[in-house]
Design a protein around this ligand. Structure first.
Ligand code: PEP
Ligand code: MG
Length: 587
């Protein structure tokens, strides 16, 4: 049996999955086949050598970073370094470049095929399986040669059921993960990615266990190996022994049982023990998420992240296409309110590298032309979307939500753009909801601090804690290297949250939280105690949060939370929160 080992990363979506590894291919076999000019040969060889050198130092760095890992893991890297250094891979492709004038990628892949065919002839199973290692090493070099890895190839092998597969990738862009909605994978794990990256958010929306930030998983795991993913603890066990496997199978069925018990709460009223109503809404990315939202008992859609409709497809959707998607959602929600957020493109969510953002190079994409900034810079794109949303507002209750606002002038320009879209529709005698409410995301510290500007101009607010935390603490939410600093309980974050909620309440402006905090049952009481009465989260989290709401007494929580908000020391805050969560009353 193959060696068993454990990897630790960031558990970003709970539950347990047990299945076979499905390595995400970097499409090595689809490299371009070019015949290069004789004068380019030396350059091409140099390009090949640079890529080899880069991968070599990457392996060395990996080895150094593995000080505290089991020795067996280091052995993998040693093996891959050896393969990389073997003249069959490091020298023969150069001959192919020189003699047949192939481009470097093609030369390398041809040589890989020769080697893999040789390995596959070997009787000994251990040696035969080294062909996987050759492929992995070549993929690494090809990736270096072509720059970014190509879009993920998702197809499962013939006869393999997707629900038994665990996708293992170095990195997955939000555009890759959104494609999972058409698949049925048991889980996915990646080497990179932070806890509130959009990749992580999508894992929660798929309601499948996921672990990110595993560093070297893609390199260490082989296709078809058995893996256990513990999405809560962020643990991955590769080739588990039968005892461990049995233990996890048991845990898995316990979790499934608890989930099915929660389903009983679907039609229960969401109110606290002291009878305060709390609205629980769903966050969705696609019209296809509506059944899950209704299944979870959502009272509405609190956040429709429209950019996901079109991510990765390379062009902008037409007004009609958008209108159909928005209408589908509002009709699907059968009269419940739907909050549609205008495109939050940019940062880690690109439509296509050479589309809307064009060749504008951004040094700090999260601080760059993202969300409303991009929409205001692309008035045609913005008008198309606003018209589509307004047209759909005839078919149900739609609210319009604007992401990433920070300046009063942006709000004013946005409201003017909405007015322009309305007036063009009026001119064309197209019906829409004249009284459509316009709200803003509070996700930039400046917005939370100068909240009066927002309260005076908008109909409602929605706090985007994912970005609010990212920008308050100056940590990139998609970078696993700083994810240990991502702390929703940082006193500065709590201050901004509490200030926004209290100010909105005083002004009589509805406020909700739609960041990942809203779906974390261990924070439900804290938010209730701050005065929050509207939460929006992934459908799969609603019932657990509802259970918390139903076990809470706001009259008791509010003074305790006020005391918590006066604290600064992290340990004290945590202790206070634990006490808050321990105050449970029987139903
Ligand atoms: C947020 O920032 O909290 C949010 C809800 O928006 P997104 O995660 O799409 O940036
Ligand atoms: Mg955001």
């Amino acid at each position: 049996m193959s060696m068993s080992f454990t990897l630790h990363g960031l558990g970003v979506s709970g539950g347990i999955a047990i299945g076979q590894a499905h390595l995400m291919s970097h499409a090595t076999l689809e490299v371009s086949h070019l015949v290069i000019a004789p004068r380019m040969v030396d350059k091409e060889i140099a390009r090949f050598e640079t890529a080899l050198a880069r991968v070599r130092s990457e392996f060395e760095a990996m080895k150094e970073g593995m000080e505290h890992s089991p020795a067996e893991l280091g052995a993998f890297i040693d093996l891959h370094s050896m393969i990389l250094a073997d003249p069959e891979l490091s020298e023969t492709p150069k001959q192919l470049i020189r003699e047949r004038r192939c481009n470097a990628e093609w030369a390398l892949v041809q040589q890989m095929e020769v080697l893999v065919a040789q390995f596959e002839q070997i009787e000994d199973q251990y040696l035969r399986e080294r062909s996987y290692d050759v492929r992995q090493v070549v993929e690494r070099v090809v990736k270096e040669l072509v720059g970014q890895p190509g879009r993920a190839a998702l197809k499962a092998a013939k006869g393999v059921r997707e629900e038994n597969l665990i996708v293992v990738a170095h990195d997955l862009a939000p555009a890759d993960v959104i494609a999972f909605k058409d698949h049925n994978f048991a889980s996915f794990v990646t080497d990179v990615g932070g806890a509130t990256s959009h990749t992580a958010i999508l894992a929660r929306s798929l309601a499948i266990p996921a672990v990110l930030g595993l560093h070297n998983a893609r390199q260490l795991i082989r296709d078809k190996e058995t893996i256990i993913v513990d999405g809560l603890r962020g643990v991955l066990i590769v080739n588990p022994d039968p005892r461990v496997l049995e233990e996890y199978q048991l845990r898995k069925s316990q979790i499934e049982l608890e989930r099915s018990k929660l389903k009983r709460l679907k039609t229960a009223k969401s109110c606290t023990l002291d009878e305060i109503d709390v609205a629980l809404h769903a966050n969705i990315e696609l019209p296809g998420d509506i059944p899950a939202a209704l299944d979870g008992g959502a009272e509405g859609v609190g956040l429709f992240r429209t950019e996901f409709l079109f991510l990765g497809r390379g062009d902008m959707p037409s007004e009609d296409e958008q209108f159909e998607a928005y209408r589908k959602v509002v009709k699907g929600m059968e009269g419940r309110p739907v909050t549609i957020r205008t495109f939050d493109l940019g940062a880690d969510k690109d439509l296509h590298p050479d589309d809307v953002l064009g060749d504008r190079v951004q040094t700090n994409p999260a601080l760059g032309l993202r969300a409303i900034r991009l929409s205001l810079a692309e008035p045609r794109m913005f008008q198309t979307q606003l018209r589509a949303i307004l047209r759909a507002s005839k078919y149900g209750k739609i609210k319009l939500l604007i992401p990433m606002l920070s300046h009063a002038s942006e709000i004013d320009q946005t409201l003017a753009a909405v007015e322009q879209a309305k007036s063009s529709l009026r001119g064309e005698k197209i019906a829409f909801d004249e009284a459509i409410e316009v709200g803003g995301m509070i996700e930039i510290p400046a917005a939370a601090l100068a909240i009066g500007l927002f309260l005076r101009r908008l109909d409602f607010l929605s706090i985007g804690t994912n970005d609010l935390i990212q920008y308050t603490l100056a940590i990139d939410r998609s970078d696993e290297q700083v994810s240990h600093l991502y702390d929703p309980l940082h006193p500065a974050v709590l201050m901004l949250l509490a200030h926004t909620i209290t100010s909105a309440e005083k002004a009589g402006i509805p406020v909700s939280v739609c960041g990942e905090l809203a779906g974390d049952p261990s924070l439900t009481r804290l938010l209730l105690g701050m005065g929050l009465r509207q939460f929006s989260m992934h459908p799969a989290q609603i019932l657990e949060v509802k259970q918390r709401v139903m076990q809470s007494d706001v009259a008791e929580l509010a003074p305790a939370v006020r005391r918590l908000l006066r604290l600064e020391e992290p340990a004290k805050i945590r202790e206070h929160l634990d006490r808050l969560n321990g105050v449970e009353r029987p139903n």
